[in-house]
Design a protein around this ligand. Sequence first.
Ligand code: GRF
Length: 194
Amino acid sequence: MKPITLGVLGSGSGSNFQALLDAIRDDRLNATVAIVLSDQPDAGILDRARQQGVPHGIIDCAGHTTRFPDKEQIRVACLMKEAGVDLVCLAGFMRLVKKPLLDAFPGKILNIHPSLLPSFPGLEAWRQALEAGVRETGCTVHIVDAGVDTGPVVMQERVVIEPGDTPASLHARIQEAEHRLYPAAVSLLARSHE
Ligand code: GRF
């Protein structure tokens, strides 16, 4: 079967991108990563792409700290199309994707979020869970729509909150779950794509 072609957008260390690459290498995911783009020129995700020979580039948000300008979303959509991307994976991408990119890949943009959505959308979801005093949280892979961490859920994994957990310890355990969940969710969609 033909592998699904992924494009990845990230702003941080890229550990979820790495989890996708590891799953491809270990034959747990029938995919290729055609392109990685980051809005942060110094992001670890770009170092990982460079070291592992994955084509990569920088998203230029023209000095805006949080906005993702429409013009740049159109450029990103073009780069993804030129690379033959079937599915766009947000992996720690810290800007909101809006109409230009959503329209170019309808229902084909995925995100991983560190909570059991719809609980705790937005930033530092692990800290929100601790502060709310819940006993479990987790992570969610969902299809991206125009909202903030809304959109249909593809898969979730639970993480129990232990007594004495700190934001850092809880976030680390959620990330371990993310690294299992994201390749599994992409693989599920890849199988329905074939
Ligand atoms: C992850 O915790 C993910 O849930 C959130 O951003 C973080 C990205 O981490 N959206 P990494 O860059 O994949 O290591």
